[in-house]
Design a binder for this molecule. Structure first.
Ligand SMILES: [Zn+2]
Length: 554
């Protein structure tokens, strides 16, 4: 059975259900609406695997300037850093968004964890119950720069996650909506709530009251429906069909329903705000989060991901058909905020003997206490979010104990068989942010692109390839976040009506998207203000000016 998302979209935007349509007539002149879609956890591995099965929106977007070797080139391949690169044109080393969460031991609250899209200065904000804010994003987004240059332009974002909406729209947004667990909400104050959002939330609330029947899987997806038992849990994944109990909002989120409703509201906002209909161009950023939740909940190679991606293809096709029917001169770029990786239990069946879950002894808290006891140091020793990534020394330590602990911790992590590399903050400070093609970056260069002094840890731990950094499978069973290409490589698909298909193996960076879009609408960028480079296959790039020309060897 088809999900109710299309019906919801049609009801919201008052158009009949739209069958797959050929693309709109060829465009002339610059687009008036830049649609930027991030599919959360959409790896290039999934793009390559499923591309022959896409027939609707993703097939259309693959028929433009389609780069299958895009890179979220930094090491910390998480949602917040990934989204921060797409519309700023810069690596996390410049955006300041080094991770989803980092540690600030100087913050005047007991919770030293900082969420990337919070303002921890607001009384009562904590890293888990936070006040949403773009304050940590250190650079402007395309939508902000466009509004500065052409004040009539609108900067609009809608997403399944607050951090995605915030990082793609930035500090000055006209509309910003994201799913908060029961409905779409905003952190922007004062403006009237658009009817598209009111209607979308009402439709979701109504849908959530009802049990959802299991989907019917096509034969191609059924072929992937092998049950996989997850270690240390009762969970079986691989053969799910997205049946959902009434009022199960978590199951709603980890299913195609969330993306369908996100796109339905996006289409409603296009109509209500008349996006693309004014002299100045508008930016509509959309982040579709369900692929990520499906990946975390079920892994990436089962029937569930197959169904999710086929529904995503259909939903994006319906959304593009709405834009076609409105006669809006638009362009689309689609990418991922990071890649992803399957559950190790299924990877081993597929012939990857090294696929394993991380040793919980590597967790910052566990390792810190062990080392502190060994060295006779008081306190917790280390603090960090998990068993890899940024690690912080207890800031209460004096210089001598600090150095002893750093030396011991780096040695202990390096000695562990699941650890590939450990880099200290001093090593990273001494490394230049690379400007070469990201497929050739060394590990320390990947880590450098994620490093921002004052936010990053005292050292960073990179795990070996095929080590899944989740040992407790009670919440999620699979994840991303590593410095390996399965988490770095994402598709980058530029498409406009009438565009000549130009599939490409060329290596590009997600930081190239913003300068390419800027060139598309003739928005000049300050030389050196972004890390990315305009891609000539997708836009009329300016001939000179640093930071706005194509990188030589890609
Ligand atoms: Zn993500």
């Amino acid at each position: 059975m088809r999900l109710k998302t299309l019906a919801t979209a049609a009801a919201l935007i008052c158009v009949p259900p739209l069958a797959a349509q050929p693309s709109a007539p060829p465009a002339s002149g610059p687009p008036k609406l830049l649609v930027v879609i991030s599919v959360d956890q959409f790896s290039a591995d999934l793009w390559d695997e499923y591309r022959p099965h896409f027939t609707a929106g993703l097939a259309r977007l693959g028929s433009g300037a389609a780069f299958r070797n895009g890179y979220q080139s930094h090491a910390a391949t998480e949602t917040c850093p990934g989204h921060s690169t797409i519309l700023t044109g810069s690596h996390p080393a410049r955006t300041g968004i080094i991770a989803n969460n980092w540690v600030d031991q100087g913050v005047p609250r007991s919770d030293v964890g900082i969420y990337c899209a919070e303002d921890e200065r607001v009384p009562g904000s904590s890293s888990s119950n936070y006040t949403v804010s773009p304050v940590h994003l250190l650079v402007p987004t395309l939508g902000e720069l466009l509004k500065q240059a052409r004040p009539g332009s609108r900067n609009v974002a809608i997403a399944g996650k607050d951090r995605a909406a915030v990082m793609m729209s930035g500090h000055v947004a006209d509309q910003r909506w994201y799913w908060t667990g029961q409905k779409f909400e905003t952190d922007l104050k004062g403006a009237a709530v658009p009817q598209a959002v009111v209607k979308g939330n009402a439709a979701i609330a109504k849908a959530l009251l009802e049990y959802r029947e299991p989907m019917e899987a096509p034969a191609f997806c059924q072929a992937k429906a092998r049950p996989i038992a997850i270690e240390n849990s009762e969970k079986i994944v691989g053969n799910g069909l997205f049946a959902r109990n009434a009022e199960d909002a978590a199951a709603f989120r980890a299913s195609p329903e969330l993306d369908g409703d996100t796109l339905a509201i996006a289409a409603g906002l296009v109509d209500e705000l008349q996006l693309g209909k004014r002299p100045d161009p508008d930016v509509l950023a959309i982040s579709l989060s369900a692929t990520d939740y499906v990946g975390h909940t079920f892994g990436t190679e089962g029937q569930e991901m197959c169904l999710q991606l086929l529904e995503l293809d259909r939903e994006i096709g319906d959304f593009l058909a709405v834009l076609d029917s409105r006669g809006i001169p638009y362009s689309v770029v689609l990418t991922g905020d990071h890649g992803g990786k399957d559950v190790p239990e299924r990877e081993r069946l597929a012939g990857a003997p090294g696929a394993a879950r991380v040793d919980p002894a590597l967790a910052a808290g566990t390792m810190g206490l062990k080392l502190a006891a060994k060295l006779g140091i008081k306190g917790f020793g280390l603090v960090g979010e998990s068993a890899f990534g940024d690690m912080y020394l207890d800031s209460a330590l004096g210089p001598r104990d600090r150095q002893r602990l750093l030396t011991a911790a780096v040695a202990a992590y390096r000695a562990h068989p699941q650890v590939e590399a450990v880099f200290t903050a001093d090593q990273l400070k001494a490394t230049r942010v690379p400007s070469t093609a990201p497929d050739k970056w060394s590990l320390i260069e990947r880590a450098r692109a994620s490093f921002y002094p004052g936010r990053s840890g005292d050292f960073v731990v990179l795990l070996k390839k095929d080590v899944t950094p989740i040992s407790d499978t009670s919440r999620y069973v699979a994840t991303h976040g590593s410095a390996w290409d399965y988490d770095r490589r994402v598709p980058v698909l530029f498409w406009r009506p009438g565009m000549t298909p130009a599939p490409s193996d060329a290596v590009v960076d997600t930081t190239d998207i913003m300068p390419t879009l800027a060139a598309t609408i003739g928005l000049p960028l300050q030389p050196g203000s972004v890390d990315g480079h305009c891609l000539a296959a997708a836009a009329p790039c300016p001939s000179e000016s640093a930071g706005n020309t194509e990188r030589g060897k890609r």
